[in-house]
Design a protein around this ligand. Structure first.
Ligand code: GUN
Ligand code: FE
Length: 430
């Protein structure tokens, strides 16, 4: 399949954060991997293009999973009665330590990538482990899926135990430089991102050196911020001079800038002061509601982030989030916002379905450029969805069909997946 074609089906995409545009039996035009727009009839100039008719199926933009951990995928759904710090030391760190063994990593990452390819995710920001070989293996495999991703070799030089810790900041930096050198020019779709795990895993010197590397090499950073109460308290002890958790990254020069924005996952406990810092640096917040509920972390104030104009995307945070399913994550985002409104702050209105659909597509997608919509000029990421297993006695609108697909994700089946105009998955062929 070439990268210029027309898809026919029941189309939906965000016009802005509060409106979903829909076209029944409409046409999507893709030229050289870019969208030319959605139409009720084929514009004359595009009439000769190959046309793929998906009948009554839905066609929506691909989704961006702004935060997940590939090496945690194979133990998802296990150990979920623990809170963050205990969960890390009991389940996560021992599992990640096994990725020292390249054969183990290869096998586990095959399983992860098999499911990633079949998921609703077209773009992803992924944590690997601290191991260089295994990280390159993961990048090779993700490249093969066709999903476009940032992938990070994790940095950690303290509090990981002897099996999951780099010796000191110099050896962590040297391993990172070696990793970057070895992948230079190796991929079309897979990009490196600096990945200091979080403040408790990185010494002050390491954070400073990674901040400097980010500036000098124009490399982005992904990390965790204000996820859990015990973690926030611990960071307060580790960096006593900081005014808040975000300021700890800031004083080490590792908070990025609007031109080179970082992703901070969670931000459950980010207050007004922390939001100011996020805003100033153009930071993307990866909201991970399933994880925040599983680890009893809390509910992030997403409505407040949006009111402040801070960019927000949603993330599965596999495997503190127990599923890689982005439709499910849309639902979790909506439900968490309803509970925030009911139990925490009645001035923060629950997020509407339209708003969260926008976060999963356009807003998260914007971390990758013009991604997440079918408007003219966007990279053509599309999902063809079959919801026919959900029989309804009603005549449903396209918007209702997408909404119920999020509320019943198991009954919504992916038929086809396109990333930047490339057809990467078909249910028929797999
Ligand atoms: N904070 C530091 N590491 C992790 C991790 O692996 N998962 C989550 N959810 N939070 C973290
Ligand atoms: Fe995480």
């Amino acid at each position: 399949m070439e990268k210029s074609f027309i898809l026919k089906g029941n189309i939906a995409f965000s016009k802005d954060i509060s409106h979903i545009e829909t076209i029944e039996n409409g046409y999507l035009v893709c030229i050289d991997g870019k969208s030319k727009g959605a139409f009720g009839a084929i514009p004359a100039e595009y009439e000769g293009l190959p046309l793929y008719d998906y009948g009554n199926s839905l066609i929506i933009p691909g989704m961006t999973d702004l935060h997940l951990h590939a090496p945690q995928y194979t133990f998802r759904g296990i150990g979920m009665d623990l809170e963050l710090l205990q969960w890390l030391s009991t389940h996560t760190f021992p599992e990640e330590a096994r990725y020292k063994d390249l054969e183990y990593a290869r096998k586990a990452y095959r399983y992860f990538c098999y499911d990633l390819k079949r998921s609703f995710t077209t773009r992803a920001c992924v944590f690997a482990t601290l191991h260089t070989e295994a990280t390159i293996e993961l990048m090779d495999q993700i490249e093969d899926t066709g999903v476009i991703a940032y992938v990070g070799k994790v940095n950690m030089d303290r509090n990981g135990g002897e099996d999951l810790e780099e010796k000191d900041s110099d050896s962590s930096v040297a391993a990172t430089l070696d990793w970057l050198k070895r992948i230079e020019g190796r991929y079309v779709n897979t990009k490196p991102i600096l990945t200091p795990r979080f403040i408790p895993s990185c010494s002050d010197e390491l954070m400073k050196k990674l901040g400097k590397m980010s500036d000098e090499k124009n490399l982005r950073i992904q990390s965790h911020l204000s996820e859990n109460m015990s973690e926030v308290a611990w960071v307060g002890e580790l960096v006593p001079d900081a005014t808040c958790y975000a300021n700890s990254y800031e004083i080490f020069g590792a908070m990025g800038s609007p031109d080179n924005p970082c992703i901070m996952a969670h931000c459950v406990y980010s207050d007004e002061k922390e939001m100011e810092i996020l805003k100033k640096h153009g930071t993307y917040i990866a909201h991970c509601p399933n994880s925040n509920m599983n680890l009893t972390s809390g509910i992030a104030p997403v409505r407040k982030f949006l009111d402040q104009g801070i960019p927000v995307g949603i993330g599965t945070d596999v495997s503190a989030g127990s599923s890689m399913n982005m439709l499910r994550t849309i639902l979790d985002t909506i439900m968490a916002s309803k509970m925030y409104y009911r139990l925490v702050d009645t001035s923060s209105k629950p997020l509407a379905f339209e708003e969260v659909f926008y976060l999963a597509t356009v807003s998260g997608g914007s971390y990758f450029g013009k991604v997440g919509s079918f408007e003219d000029g966007y990279e053509f990421d599309a999902l063809v969805l079959d919801d026919s297993a959900m029989y309804s006695m009603r005549e449903l609108s396209i918007r209702e069909r997408i909404e119920r697909s999020c509320y019943n994700d198991a009954d919504c089946i992916i038929r086809e997946k396109f990333v930047a105009g490339k057809h990467i998955f078909s249910r028929k062929q797999n």
